[in-house]
Design a protein. Structure first.
Length: 196
């Protein structure tokens, strides 16, 4: 949703009136304020689906973050379904990333738009509630790694009809976090049985 500066000002004034008059309506003034101040006005039609807004284009970064959150949600779910033996297999196949894989967010210094979008989706739009309360700051750039993971993840999930991922599938996806230029070194130092 594109709002002019004047429309933003009017909406912000209305949210103040709502709160001052203690109006209990369907529109949440705090959410509207948050959407405007964080430049996430695309989220207003998402929140109020009953209002017939004009069709909106979802910003590309929002689509990408949604795909990443969806992927990590399914990775964590699949990991929670593994038994101890399967977890051990995963660690052997993905020694760096296979120990309790968790979504760590995005880099707060260089991937701020990704990070703020993920936080807004989880905390303000109540999507992916399993990530609530997390820091969302990975303290290192991860978008490229997540993109490589998504390339592996999408066809695997499509073929498996959304059944929980196996240890082998999880390892294949998680190992994409290793940059291609470092894989030769990593594989040379990791024997096939998972020992170093």
């Amino acid at each position: 949703m594109k709002l002019s500066d004047g429309e933003k000002l009017i909406l912000l004034m209305l949210t103040e009136l709502y709160e001052k008059l203690d109006v209990n309506g369907e529109i949440e003034p705090e959410f509207i304020r948050s959407a405007i101040f964080s430049d996430k006005t695309w989220s207003i039609p998402w929140k109020y689906v009953g209002i017939p807004f004009e069709d909106q284009n979802t910003p590309p970064v929002v689509k990408e973050v949604l795909d990443i959150l969806d992927m990590w949600s399914f990775i964590e779910y699949s990991y929670s379904r593994l038994n101890d033996e399967e977890k051990s297999i995963l660690v052997k196949m993905s020694d760096v990333f296979g120990k309790n894989p968790k979504f760590k967010g995005f880099d707060g210094n260089h991937e701020t738009e990704y990070m703020s979008t993920a936080m807004f989706l989880v905390n303000d739009l109540d999507r992916f509630s399993e990530f609530k309360g997390r820091d969302f700051n990975s303290h290192m750039s991860v978008v490229d790694a997540y993109s490589r993971m998504l390339e592996k993840y999408s066809p695997i999930v499509d073929r498996s009809y959304h059944e929980p991922l196996t240890p082998e599938q999880l390892a294949e996806i998680l190992n994409e976090q290793i940059h291609p230029s470092n894989r030769k070194w990593h594989n040379k130092n990791l024997k096939l049985d998972g020992t170093t």
